[in-house]
Design a protein around this ligand. Structure first.
Ligand SMILES: CC(=O)N[C@H]1[C@@H](OP(=O)(O)OP(=O)(O)OC[C@H]2O[C@@H](n3ccc(=O)[nH]c3=O)[C@H](O)[C@@H]2O)O[C@H](CO)[C@@H](O)[C@@H]1O[C@H](C)C(=O)N[C@@H](C)C(=O)N[C@H](CCC(=O)O)C(=O)O
Ligand SMILES: Nc1ncnc2c1ncn2[C@@H]1O[C@H](COP(=O)(O)OP(=O)(O)OP(=O)(O)O)[C@@H](O)[C@H]1O
Ligand SMILES: N[C@H](CCC[C@H](N)C(=O)O)C(=O)O
Ligand SMILES: [Mg+2]
Length: 487
């Protein structure tokens, strides 16, 4: 409970109608969660306008409305606060409601197209092992110390973030590692957070359904760094073409990492195979259990952030050396008789798919690669033909299948994936929209020593079809089929 006056203290208001000397019992952005004494943010969204729910929430007992347009009809016992941008007020107001929890912890945000979950999760695990109690906000799950809280988004809405932060601070967390998605930056979900550091992984094709152009996607990502304070650090991957651009206007202390050019955190890959990476980082040789060049970048980002947070570099490398990555990221499984290698990976962008396939190819031998891949429904359609092209270019056989078709017809998604393929590539393709059948077929086709890559769903345990999430787990299906075929 908090006094409304206090909550409005750091908000720029245009007009207040009604009494601002009252207690607020809770904050909501969703009318369906309305309760007595609550404050409702009426925000315009991509599907609907929160303003239309104002009468409903008042009926349910809401006493404060934050809005951009004042309703014509106003109730005497309700306070209406008009602001210029509702979405931008949610974070700061929620931070005040929960007593500014991020100020009591070191908060580091990770942004970029790929690698956010991996970097944030490695940082969380590393700092827990170094003896700190930590929080994690990620696509796979959120953590309050050792307690797991189910995740709904890569970066939740601003009220959920501040509420999670409060629980983390109360549980004694000293550090929080969180993913910062481009949707979250654009929708002000990270407003009101006192960041101590920011990390940029990379930027490649994704989310053009939402951001419309690649330039706009870059601009939005950069806004995160533009917003950092001068007491924070900003670490960037200078091997990415946009790495330096990201930090162009930041007030934060700038640091760089690279595998190619001189940088604050300089890495060199000495060996890269299924057992892991042998690297030299700032002149120290270390072996890691994570494989793939992309993980060499993730490890450098983690190393940089950990040292910027004051940890001893040798302790950091020693602990990182033994660590596994996040669930569903390059998880390898051998069939019972070791005939075939299965890899479950969350690659759902052209670049991620390319990196994973390049990594598998690099492990060499005469291995045939069979890739099972789909593209999400109601998401960026332009990546569909590119992902199919990448899969065909770098695999011997490709099974195109469904990956959360959502409201779309799976066959239409497959048509779009197939649309740009050359005749030679089409000959490598089999279309099986049922993902279970697709994985089974890949397993039946696999010969001794072949590799099956099942891409796109990683840790996900559902297939979302027409608004319903049906249980589906790539790992479960892969292991079941392996067991059946090699009984
Ligand atoms: C496209 C997008 O980002 N949508 C997010 C956005 O919803 P929206 O703008 O469409 O909202 P809307 O449905 O138009 O509703 C407008 C307002 O009315 C409210 N409302 C709506 C209906 C109702 O009955 N009552 C009510 O009060 C809503 O709570 C909202 O405040 O704001 C909502 C509240 O924060 C989010 O839950 C929702 O995430 C949807 C479910 C989603 O799928 N988002 C994905 C694309 C996303 O955010 N992904 C990124 C990761 C991307 C990456 O891989 O990098 C993420 O951070 O998870
Ligand atoms: N640094 C990297 N560069 C390129 N690809 C990567 C990198 N790290 C991981 N990947 C690939 O991208 C996939 C997703 O990785 P991860 O979950 O860490 O990314 P993310 O940014 O959190 O994704 P999301 O946007 O869905 O939250 C991995 O399964 C792997 O295929
Ligand atoms: N965070 C990503 C997840 C994509 C995962 C893939 N399985 C899909 O459903 O498209 C997004 O919202 O685009
Ligand atoms: Mg993620």
């Amino acid at each position: 409970m908090k006094a409304l006056q206090e909550l409005l203290g750091n908000i720029k208001t245009l007009q207040i109608i009604g009494n601002n000397d009252m207690e607020v019992h809770g904050l909501i952005i969703d009318s369906r969660k309305a309760a007595n004494g609550f404050l409702f943010f009426a925000q315009k969204g991509t599907q609907t306008d929160g303003h239309t729910f104002i009468p409903q929430v008042i009926e349910a007992g809401v006493k404060v409305i934050i809005c951009e347009v004042l309703p014509q009809e106003q109730k005497a016992d309700v306070t209406y606060v008009k602001v210029e941008n509702v979405a931008a007020t949610i974070g700061p107001l929620a931070a005040a409601y929960f007593d500014y929890p991020s100020e009591d912890m070191k908060v580091v945000g990770v942004t970029g197209t790929n690698g956010k979950t991996t970097v944030a999760t490695l940082l969380y695990k590393l700092f827990q092992q170094l003896g700190h109690v930590c929080g994690l906000i990620s696509t796979v799950q959120n953590h309050i110390g050792d307690t797991i809280v189910a995740s709904t988004h890569t970066t939740p809405d601003a009220i959920s973030i501040q509420s999670l932060f409060r629980q983390m601070a109360d549980a004694g967390c000293s550090h929080v590692f969180m993913e910062v998605s481009s949707h979250a930056i654009h929708q002000h979900r990270i407003g009101g957070i006192d960041f101590d550091g920011g990390i940029f992984t990379n930027i490649t094709h994704d989310h053009l359904d939402y951001h419309a152009t690649f330039d706009e996607y870059i601009r939005v990502k950069k806004m995160f760094f533009d917003g950092l304070h001068k007491h924070a650090f900003a670490i960037t991957n200078v091997d990415d073409k946009r790495g330096l651009v990201m930090l162009q206007n930041t007030a934060a202390v700038r640091k760089t990492y690279s595998l190619r050019v001189p940088a604050d955190y300089k890495g060199k890959v000495l060996e890269n195979d299924l057992d892991g990476l042998q690297m030299n980082i700032n002149k120290v040789d270390v072996h890691f259990r994570l494989s793939g060049l992309f993980n060499a970048y993730n490890l450098l980002a983690v190393y940089g952030a950990a040292t910027m947070l004051g940890e001893d570099s040798m302790d950091v490398l020693a602990k990182l050396s033994d660590m596994r990555g996040a669930a569903g990221r390059f998880d390898t499984y051998r069939s019972p008789n070791e005939r075939v290698l299965g890899i479950i990976d969350y690659a759902h962008t052209p670049d991620a798919l390319l990196n994973v396939l390049a990594t598998i190819k690099q492990f060499g031998g005469e291995r045939q690669i069979i890739t099972v891949v789909g593209c999400g429904g109601d998401r960026d359609k332009t990546k569909r033909p590119i992902m199919a092209e990448v899969a065909c270019e770098h695999s011997n056989k490709v099974i195109l299948t469904s990956d959360n078709p959502r409201s779309e017809d799976p066959e239409v998604i497959l048509n779009e994936m197939e649309s740009g393929l050359s005749f030679a590539h089409k000959r490598k393709v089999i279309r099986i929209s049922d993902r279970r059948e697709a994985i089974k077929t890949a397993c039946s086709l696999a010969q001794e020593d072949d590799v099956i890559l099942v891409a796109g769903k990683g840790h996900e345990t559902y297939q979302e079809i027409k608004g319903v999430k049906h249980h589906f787990d790539d790992k479960e299906v892969l292991l079941e089929t392996f067991a059946l075929l090699e009984k």
